[in-house]
Design a protein around this ligand. Structure first.
Ligand code: GDP
Length: 228
């Protein structure tokens, strides 16, 4: 993984906490989990359409075009599991996948796409936030942030809500294959500093690339901790 290896706690800057980087056994167990059948369960556009709360859930959130679909596909080793779209902001549903009967992967609609009308954006934001607030099975949100650009306004809104809901979230930098090692280190430092004051933020920032696979095994291991 070279220079783009995910940064464990010992490498992160601007935050403090205990080191619990996944060990090789955890990495392997997570690989096996994510190689299980991943079954589409539901696509819900409104809260009443959400599927029953049968499994622990981990959700993926982020701005439109952050690379969320690509990362969900990379996690599960499938090319077409999550929607990948050339029209960011087009997909507005919350999509549920059952991973081996042990963990629900939840693909949340991307936020902050400028070309969508304000009224439409407001409706999704409401649906998205209603889901985030009112889902007892939801254990963790992976908050995807473009590794080239860092945190944006929309992310701050999402983090405010997650903090308020006391819902654990972890910032996962995407597309780090496009970022030079020194810039990535600076980005991790800067992002870590912004998270330090946020109570529900996980202290470790993962650096991932769906292109190269960097950080993907570590993200699997992090999420596998929530599987039953
Ligand atoms: P989403 O809207 O967040 O689901 O984003 P997508 O997964 O559809 O990706 C948006 C764009 O970013 C597409 O053109 C992808 O090919 C590109 N992309 C996604 N992940 C990566 C990555 O890890 N590295 C690079 N270089 N490009 C990526």
């Amino acid at each position: 993984m070279g220079d783009h290896a995910p940064h464990g706690r010992e490498e992160r800057a601007g935050v403090s906490g205990t080191v619990d980087t996944p060990d090789p056994a955890e990495i392997e167990a997570a690989r096996v989990l994510f190689a299980q059948e991943c079954r589409f369960v539901a696509a819900s556009a409104t809260i009443p359409q959400l599927p029953a709360e049968t499994l622990p859930e981990v959700a993926f959130a982020g701005r439109s075009n952050v690379g969320k679909s690509s990362l969900v596909n990379a996690l599960t080793g499938r090319k077409t599991l999550a929607r990948t779209s050339n029209t960011p902001g087009r997909t507005q549903e919350v999509i549920f996948f059952d991973l081996g009967g042990r963990l629900m992967l939840v693909d949340l609609p991307g936020y902050g796409y400028a070309k969508v009308s304000k009224a439409k954006q407001a409706i999704w934001t409401e649906t998205l936030f209603a889901y985030l607030r009112g889902r007892p099975t939801l254990q963790r949100v992976s908050l995807l942030v473009d590794g080239r650009h860092g945190l944006k306004d929309g992310d701050a809104v999402a983090m405010d809500l997650l903090d308020k809901a006391a819902l654990s979230y972890q910032v996962v930098l995407t597309k780090v294959d496009k970022v030079k090692p020194a810039e990535l280190t600076a980005m991790i430092e800067e992002t870590g500093a912004a998270l330090a004051r946020r109570p529900a933020a996980h202290p470790v920032i993962l650096a991932t690339s769906s292109e190269t696979g960097a950080g993907v095994a570590e993200l699997r291991a992090e999420l596998a901790r929530f599987a039953r």
